[in-house]
Design a protein. Sequence first.
Length: 294
Amino acid sequence: MKNPFIALLKKFNLDDYVDWLDFLVIVFDITIILFVAWFISRIAKAVIRDIEIKMTEHTSEDEAKRIKTLSRVIRYVTSVVIFSLTVTTTLSSLGVPVAPLLATAGVAGVAIGFGAQSLVKDYFTGFVMLLENQIRQGDIVEIAGKIGTVEEVTLRYIRLRNYEGVVHFVPNNAISVVTNRSRNFIYAVMDVCVAYKTDLNHLNSTLKKVAKELREDPRFMSHILDDLEIAGLENFGDSSIVVRCRIKVDTNSQMLVKREFQGRLKLAFEQEDIEIPFPQLVIQQQPIKHPSIT
């Protein structure tokens, strides 16, 4: 550090004070750098949070999920950038040449890139999925053979929790197909098996009656978006005919509506005397023929 005050100290042979002053200046510079980094980080996170709140105030639930997911990723990237700049500036204040370090880091980055292609693919795939709005926090998805609710979306992996509570961490590079069950609506599809002797007109009217009662139930009316659709005879089974039907429901309500409908349908079948066939084992005992004694 060269200035008139330092020169004056050296003139009076106060070199020890000069060394201490240089040390204090370095400590002061580092303190200022860390404080500025902390302050900028707090401001950036607050701004991102305020923007997120304003953007989610008058949007749909699906769009709000997307905005929250993006804001989390932006906060993470912002923290990484601020941390990198802080480390670089601190090293420069300590007198460490930064340019050679950056050049070395660039060469090392290329070398590491060849050995960490899957990691690079993770970040690239994660960025594309976020950009195209394929997955959001709270969605029910099937990826890499795993089904569950999305708890966290990052540029590195996606965290799922399945029905049993098991958590799966799926690397983004392992995802080739995304099956999203939480977009706008979904169908609760049911295959109803009845005996061959069943009158199909009677069956259809029973199905519609049960579906109508379910949709009028206050507990389920907000989840059901349309009336029951009966596709018709789907298949001839070994001991039954199969009739396929479906109910249009909102996302995340598929199994709730399906289980309730099937439970009510069983009770209705008992009242309407509609048989639900099931495999039966019949044992026939042949008479034993004893050999004649002559």
